[in-house]
Ligand binder design. Structure first.
Ligand code: GLP
Length: 248
């Protein structure tokens, strides 16, 4: 794993955006794996600004998102589909048919999970997977204990994840209890992974994932088994790593 230190959230976001833009400019048909949550918000803002100011084009880009809530319609403003449109897709020139998220409204969720895996395969796999980090070490919605071998599947969200995401909903009770997420094995098949970590709240879990041997109780620690992972973390997120002198 390669660790890039950023000064603060904005610096992390600019570095992440540059990383993505380099792929977009260099590859003939890049497949970007995208994430939601608070962490990548300013990265998407940098991509929007770069598109507007420098004309970076996304006509040749394909995207697959990590996850989507079950039972939340795409046009509901709490869906990840809505988030992606609002934060990125509606502001750049990517053809809507090139953008993909799991369908959390599918009647047959198992079939939907299989469809999503085949779709990623048909696209030729993910070139760059963007990831945020859950407070309990989850990646996508792969909660602690998710098997290394998991592919796209339906998950029951833990209370801590529902509480962490409640800020986007009217109340905790309206946070869905299930989601469809790429599995650990799906994520590990990406050619390259970019993990973004920001803020003092994430300092503990970042220290844990860097110091532990890969284990399924801290899903993000499994990323150590991938050959090309880049972490961009800001100084608040790195505070405990530095304090304890953790090397990895
Ligand atoms: C959510 C998302 C994850 C995200 C994580 C961290 O549960 N499903 O993909 O990485 O939370 O969120 P945040 O970036 O808001 O801290």
């Amino acid at each position: 794993m390669k660790l890039i230190e950023a000064k603060h959230y904005q610096d992390m976001s600019q570095k992440a955006a540059r990383f993505i833009i380099e792929k977009v400019n260099r590859l003939p048909a890049p497949v970007l794996g995208l994430a939601t949550g608070g962490t990548p918000l300013a990265t998407y803002q940098c991509l929007r600004e770069d598109h507007e100011n420098n004309g970076t084009s996304y006509k040749h880009v394909y995207t697959v998102n990590l996850d989507e809530y079950v039972g939340v319609a795409p046009d509901d403003n709490n869906s990840y589909t809505y988030y992606m449109k609002k934060q990125l897709f509606d502001h750049i020139d990517i053809p809507p048919s090139h953008t993909h998220l799991p369908d959390g409204m599918a009647e047959d969720l198992e079939a939907e999970c299989r469809r999503y895996e085949s779709l990623i395969e048909r696209l030729g796999g993910v070139d760059l997977q963007l990831l945020g980090l859950g407070l309990n070490g989850h990646i996508g919605f792969n909660e602690p204990g998710t098997p290394f071998s998991s592919e796209t599947h339906t998950v029951e969200l833990t209370d801590s994840t529902r509480e962490a995401n409640a800020r986007y909903f009217d109340s905790l009770s309206s946070v869905p209890s299930q989601a469809v997420t790429m599995g650990i094995s799906t994520i590990m098949r990406s050619k390259q992974i970019l993990l973004l970590v920001s803020g003092a709240k994430k300092a503990d879990i970042l220290a844990k994932l860097l110091s532990e041997e890969p284990n399924e109780d801290t899903p993000a620690s499994l990323l150590k088994m991938h050959q090309d992972v880049v972490i961009i973390a800001d100084s608040d997120a790195l505070s405990i790593v530095k304090e304890r002198g953790i090397t990895y």
